[in-house]
Design a binder for this molecule. Structure first.
Ligand SMILES: [Zn+2]
Length: 515
């Protein structure tokens, strides 16, 4: 399969920046019960959702953070405990290192836990961010960890406020240390609230940036694991293995968490938020949080199939039997016309030997038979339908052709693929009015803005855009220019779900975090 081309629609857009704040060992239930307005603000602009530490992953900081920042599971990065020896982080590096080394991007990491940023215990997890702030606690006590988090926060406020890192990771460790020393009681809760306050100061620094108006920020807040009530983790209890992620930013629609979020999705989302398509050989296990299309709606003729040539051959065959050789002069009366117009034309050019209505019925019969037997799918169409079906994406057919033709095509393409089909005359108005697309999205119960409509003509594009769909134009005869919310490509070949995902993200004008 060939590499899909980038979306052709590139209206000037803001520069992308990503901040990940990792807070160690914050129980999901404790978080929900505490006043944490800054995490709540991220959740309100995007989502906050529980994350279950995967079955084979120890509920320990090392393995969990490694999964979070590499985007691959423990089997690949091989950080199996808080001793990082034997890791495969050179093969599966953290996002800050990958972006700095491979793309020359500015990245920033601030942390005080040794193996994250030093060679202690087989580290570092973050090998080569372009900027690194390391500030270790004077001792492993809750008080010293608060001091350490404070220094890290001050550094982050300074760097994020005045420098320009494109992707950052800031680590706060005091809540975890407090739970280990004192259990998950009042002191732990106060530490979680303080971590939220520190997040608030870091985010305020981002918002106060001189260039903030020209930037589009993604903010991710994540914890690695929970704790048992008495403090401690490493086991498989719900309290230990339930972590969480909050995220807001472009492409993340407020109030719509992805169906299932995993730790490895964090790094995948960092890349996606920067507009960096992950290379296949990175073998990321994570997927961006960006919602995929809730449905893909296809125009039929010219987009999925080409029935025009069959129509021409049908008319040509009947004309020949009646002694008329179809030629260029007949084109305007045959292509893009209703069957009755074409029948009336045939009636005329063949000297009125058969009644127009009779010719229309005969054309209908022969054309439908031809469509059913010999429909030719457009390049890449069947592969794309197969792929979307495999991924469980609901599909709709939104056609301007009569129901009889739609049904004949469906017999060949597979009617079972489509949850809804709309044919000519089944809505109050037809394309370019939005009605056919609106009927399809209503029937599917999905928002139009979360649907990709695939069209081949300007009239169809106008209909889909009026309905509010994200449009993928694959022009057949008439060229179609790119526009905001509209992507143009040469064919359906090579399209995959990740690519469609980026279309929905680009097309969504949700940039809740920036507003
Ligand atoms: Zn931890």
């Amino acid at each position: 399969m060939s590499e899909p081309s980038q979306p052709a629609s590139t209206p000037p857009r803001k520069v992308r920046r990503v901040l990940v704040v990792g807070i160690d060992g914050v129980r999901h239930d404790v978080l929900l019960a505490l006043p944490t307005p800054h995490i709540d603000a991220v959740a309100a602009a995007g989502f906050l959702t529980a994350v279950e530490v995967a079955d084979g992953t120890p509920t320990m900081s090392g393995p969990c953070w490694a999964t979070i920042v590499t985007g691959v599971t423990v089997d690949k990065h091989a950080v199996w405990s808080n001793d990082f020896s034997g890791n495969r982080l050179r093969v599966f590096p953290d996002f800050a290192t990958r972006l700095a080394q491979q793309d020359g991007r500015r990245t920033y990491v601030a942390a005080g836990w040794d193996p994250l940023v030093t060679v202690a215990d087989g580290g570092p997890l973050f090998a080569h961010p372009s900027r690194l702030s390391y500030s270790a606690p004077a001792a492993d006590t809750p008080e010293e960890w608060e001091e350490c988090d404070e220094r890290i926060t001050e550094d982050a406020v300074r760097v994020l406020g005045t420098d320009d890192p494109e992707a950052s990771f800031v680590y706060l460790g005091a809540p975890d240390e407090t739970a280990h020393f004192l259990g998950c009681g009042d002191a732990y809760e106060r530490s979680v609230v303080r971590a939220d306050e520190r997040l608030g100061r870091i985010v305020a620094a981002v918002r106060g940036r001189a260039g903030y108006d020209a930037e589009d920020w993604t903010v991710i807040v994540v914890t690695d694991h929970g704790h048992v009530r008495a403090g401690g983790h490493g086991g498989r209890s719900g309290a230990e293995r339930t972590a969480w992620v909050a995220c807001a930013g472009p492409g993340v629609i407020a109030g719509r968490a992805p169906d299932r979020v995993r730790h490895e999705d964090v790094a995948a989302h960092v890349y996606a938020a920067l507009g960096r398509t992950a290379d296949r050989h990175w073998t990321l296990d994570g997927r961006p949080f960006t919602a995929g299309p809730k449905a893909v709606l296809f125009d039929m003729d010219g987009t999925l199939v080409d029935t025009e040539s069959l129509w021409w051959q049908t008319v040509e065959g009947l004309a020949r039997e009646l002694g008329h050789a179809l030629g260029d002069a007949d084109l305007p009366a045959v292509l893009g016309r209703g069957v009755h117009d074409t029948a009336a034309h045939l009636h005329e050019v063949t000297g009125g030997r058969r009644a127009s209505a009779e010719l229309a019925a005969e054309l209908d019969r022969r054309f439908l038979a031809a469509v059913q037997e010999r429909t030719v799918a457009r390049p890449g169409a069947v592969e794309l339908l197969d792929l979307l079906e495999r991924d469980g994406v609901p599909l709709g057919l939104v056609s301007a052709s009569p129901r009889s033709v739609v049904d004949a095509v469906l017999k060949s393409l597979g009617a079972y693929r489509f949850q809804v089909t709309v044919a000519e005359g089944e809505t109050p108005a037809t394309k370019p009015a939005p009605d056919p697309y609106l009927a399809a999205v209503r029937s599917l119960g999905v928002p139009a803005a979360a649907c990709v409509a695939v069209e081949d003509t300007p009239v169809g594009v106008a209909s889909a855009e009026a309905a509010g769909c994200v449009v993928l134009a694959v022009p057949s005869l008439t060229p179609i220019p790119a526009a905001p919310g509209r992507t143009v490509r040469d064919s359906l070949e090579g399209i995959d779900l990740d690519w469609l995902r980026t279309l929905v993200a680009e097309g969504s004008d949700q940039a809740g975090w920036s507003k």
